[in-house]
Structures are given as structure tokens and as C-alpha cells.
Design a protein around this ligand. Sequence first.
Ligand SMILES: Nc1ncnc2c1ncn2[C@@H]1O[C@H](COP(=O)(O)OP(=O)(O)OP(=O)(O)O)[C@@H](O)[C@H]1O
Ligand SMILES: [Mg+2]
Length: 413
Amino acid sequence: MPSPTHTSDISGAGDMSVALIGPDEDRRKAVAEALAGPPPEPGSRNKPRPAGNAVFIREYSDYPPQPDDLTRILEQDYDVILLDLDSDPECALNVVKSISTQSAATVMVYSAKSDVDLVVRSMRAGAREFLNLPVTTGNMTEALSRVSVQRPALRLARKSGARKLLVFLGSKGGCGVTTIAANFAVSLAQESSQSTLLIDLGVPIGDTAINLGMVPKYSTLNALEDPSRLDGSFLASLLAKHSSGLSVLAAPNEFPIIPATNAAVDRLLSVARQNFDYVVVDAGSRVDLKGSAVFDDSAIIYLVTQVGISELRNANRMISQLFGARPNPIQIVLNRYTTRSLGFDEDHITKALTIPPQWRIPDDYAAAHKAQNTATAIALEDSSISRAIRMMARAAGGLSEDTEKKKLFGLFG
Ligand SMILES: Nc1ncnc2c1ncn2[C@@H]1O[C@H](COP(=O)(O)OP(=O)(O)OP(=O)(O)O)[C@@H](O)[C@H]1O
Ligand SMILES: [Mg+2]
């Protein structure tokens, strides 16, 4: 993986981030200079560029040699990726294609040749701008302005913290992780109208697809068996689409022969997060995934438990032993909750868990039973469960929750 040759923050604010990938140093430097704009006049500090954009530039002195190297660049979430076409046009066009399928970054290319065929091929591969060298600051400013005008929604989504990883883990088998994760994902897809993916990492046989009334063709087995093959387009070919708009990567129907490595799971999550605004994971009770990206510090973890002696005891151990050192506290979800749950009151529950629970999903046998019998997601019908889950989803998506909260508090007096 080539390391960046340098990083320059042209005018400090970082309004637009640009990755500049160019093996030829002279051309790359010329483009970097055009991006940076003229040097400040004597006596004037932080002189704005002509378009008023601050541009943060990171230079890469090589095309990414391996898919993982490209992944690492994409993880930086650049607004624009600018590539040299001339050093190796075939390799450059492949990188353009991979970026366009795997990420929301805008791809621009530069070349010293006026080759119409190359222009057409780069546009077909997904490049949005073709810059013919030599390029001036004026040309560059115009090109960047077009890019920033075309992508306000994306920039807004990034600023509001989209591309979240939301993980559901149970304190014990049968706690309701799948019911909550699957219906939370449906609600999030509907409420946010943003791209949402549900991944079922439950083993040996996960059942999110059944909960949603789906019969997918492919599963996590296909995604995890060869991590080096997995990219945005391969992942897309494995997904099933739910009527809510949610994309689903189901669990295998057969017992996995070789358990997936953490590296394979990490790759899946990395590709998933580059391609979806929200990635929801049903992790079942898989504490073995602790060292993987599933429990990355940036993930929002929902620990699902019921109010019972062994469930609360397990939850307590998980909170202290697995998640004690997290920068973001985990969120506790009490499932099948009733105000009279086994004689435990709120104080008992908080003491047993050491942190107060955030969410309560009512015990609603009729709604759960109906969903199973009709193979329809609980989230698509009105019930006490669907209302509580929708409230969680709206909070996760940063959407207003006033009305839902009022209704739900009514339920618990
Ligand atoms: N709030 C609820 N009210 C009523 N029934 C529920 C509720 N939540 C879950 N159930 C029911 O409990 C059972 C177990 O739920 P679910 O499969 O979601 O649990 P799980 O934690 O995913 O289990 P596993 O460990 O097998 O993966 C299902 O029959 C489901 O319909
Ligand atoms: Mg389950």
C-alpha cells in the first residue's frame, strides 16, 4: 500500500477532501499546485481560493496495488479522487471503475494526451471530469465547483453521520435479536429513505430472511469464502431486496464448513459500509466476533436481553468484560418487557446491568405470532413492537421521535 507522500491543508477548513493518485511525480505535483491555487500574497494569511473552497489534498504516489489498498483509501471518505491516466491507462481505468462501484466519491482523471478514445473510456468507467494537462487553477476550480454543486446531498449525509454500523447482540439465545434487528433494519430503511443493508451473521443457521418473509438465493457464505474477491459489485450480486427497500445478506441455509475468519468479516463490513448509508448486523449471541470489525469502536451496539436471572447475569458480564472500555457506551434493549417482568423493577434491572436500559420492546405474542404465520415483517404492520422498534430506528437515523415517544410512554404509564 503506498503511503501518502504528503498532506497539505490548503486553507485550513477542509471543505472538500481530495485524494490525488499519480505515479508520475511531475504531473502529480503540477495537478497538486493547480488544486492548491496561487500562494498567498505577502501579508495576507489563508487567502481563499477563487471559488471560496478549502481543499484538503492527500497525494498517493502509486495506483492501489491490491483491493485492500483501495479499500483503505476509500475508507478515508474523500469527496473527490483524482487519478493520473497516463502512467498506466488500463490500470487507472480499472481503479476508476472499482471506485465508481464501491464508493460515493467523485472520480476525476487527468492526462497530458488529447485522446478522445481515452476520454470516452474514462467516462464509461465512471470518471466525472477529464482534465487535460496542463491544467490551471481556474480550470481546476471550475471542475471542483461542478463536483460540489452536483453532490450536496451526499456531503450533507456524511456531515450528519450517515454510514453507520448498527450491531445487535443477544445476552442469550432466543432473546429476540433477530426479531429486533430485522425489523429495526426495515424501519430504518423506510424512515430514513437511505440505503440500508441487513447482514445476518447468526450461526449455525440465522433466520432474518424468514423473519422478513424472504427466500434469498445467496448468503454470507458466498461473501465470506473469498474475501479478496469481495467488492461492491460482487456484494450487490449477493443481496436480496425486501419490499421496504432494505437490502439483505442472509445467513446460509447449510451449516458452514469452514468458520469465517475475522479478516473475512472485516472485509465484508468494510465493503458494506462503503456502499450503504446504514449497515445493520444481526450478530446473534456471537461474542466470538469480539476481535472483528463488528464491534469496532465506531459501531453502535445494541445488547438485547430479556428480564430473567440468567439473561441479566450474562448481560452484566458482557457489559463489564466485553464492552467496558468502549468510547461509546452500548445501548441496552429490554425485549418482551412488561412492567411486571418477574418482579424486577427498574432499579433492580439497572443495578443488575450496571447501566440503565435505553429501550423497551413490549411482549406482544399476537404480533410476533401473526408475523410468523403470514411471513410478513412485524415492522410493516402496526403493533406495540413495531412502534417501539420504529422509535429506535428514528433515533438511530437522527430523525424526530416526538410523536412516537409520546405514544410509547403511554403504553407504560
Ligand atoms: N417482543 C416480543 N414479543 C413476543 N414474542 C417475541 C418478541 N421478540 C421475540 N419474540 C419471539 O421469540 C422467539 C425468539 O426470537 P428471535 O428468533 O428473534 O430470537 P434470537 O435471539 O434471534 O434467537 P436465536 O438465538 O435463535 O438467534 C421468536 O419466536 C419470536 O417471534
Ligand atoms: Mg436469531
